[in-house]
Ligand binder design. Structure first.
Ligand code: TZP
Ligand code: MG
Length: 225
């Protein structure tokens, strides 16, 4: 399956971001607005509840032909029939995840350095979540803020590895910097395939409108000097 990574939504169920709104409603609005991939990221729900949420989200994403990936939890991805997982450096190894989920599963890995990127690519990751790009209140304990320079460095290293792996960047991306992040990377021989956002959509009062705006920004020619 060819995946469109251009506008990748990572969910957040914490009060400062979601407020009192229903997670499924926000995600459905976002998908209607043009989100191309959804990652369920939930660090608090117990397993049974997480599977219930994942199944509900999967019904929504499936009806829009958008892949659903589960953060950290290969078991939950399997139980919900999700299209794949997103693994951090401390999560299950790619080979085991692939054995459990099958050859067509989408497996993404977080990479904050050249070494992590190389290891993930050699391990067979389908895409890399490169970051953290900019400081963000959404993930305060993030281990590395790599900035634009760190991102370019990883992208450069992928070009020299001559790999087809897809890439998205995450951390502090919103409508005001999305085009810059994406199009500046395109001056490299390996550019980003998309941007990943949490608060820019999840915290927006109108998540559908926020997704529509971001989708336009990532698909239309850049409008900055
Ligand atoms: N991983 C690295 S930064 C981050 C995650 C999940 C949070 C990004 O949130 P936001 O609101 O898009 O800055
Ligand atoms: Mg993780």
């Amino acid at each position: 399956m060819k995946v469109d990574y251009s506008l990748y939504l990572v969910t957040d169920n914490t009060k400062p971001i979601l407020g009192d709104r229903d997670l499924c409603w926000v995600v459905e609005e976002a998908v209607k607005g043009g989100v191309t991939v959804v990652q369920l990221r939930d660090k608090t729900s117990e397993t049974a509840e997480l599977i219930r949420i994942a199944k509900k989200l999967h019904n929504i994403t499936k009806s829009h032909d958008v892949p659903l990936l589960i953060n950290d939890r290969v078991d939950v991805a399997f139980a919900a029939g999700a299209e794949g997982v997103h693994l951090g450096q401390d999560d299950m190894d790619i080979e085991t995840a692939r054995k459990l989920l099958g050859p067509n599963a989408i497996i993404g890995v977080t990479a904050s350095s050249r070494d992590e990127a190389k290891q993930a690519v050699e391990g067979g990751a389908d895409y890399l979540g490169i970051g953290t790009l900019f400081t963000t209140p959404t993930k305060e304990n993030t281990k590395a803020i790599i900035g634009t320079a760190g991102t370019r460095d990883i992208l450069d290293s992928l070009a020299s590895l001559n790999q087809q792996v897809s890439t998205v960047c995450i951390g502090g991306i919103n409508a005001s910097n999305a085009q810059r992040v994406l199009y500046q990377s395109r001056s490299l021989s390996k550019g980003l395939d998309g941007i990943a956002v949490v608060s820019a959509i999840m915290a927006a009062p109108d998540p559908r409108g926020a997704a529509e705006e971001l989708r336009k920004l990532v698909t239309q020619p850049p409008r900055f000097a």
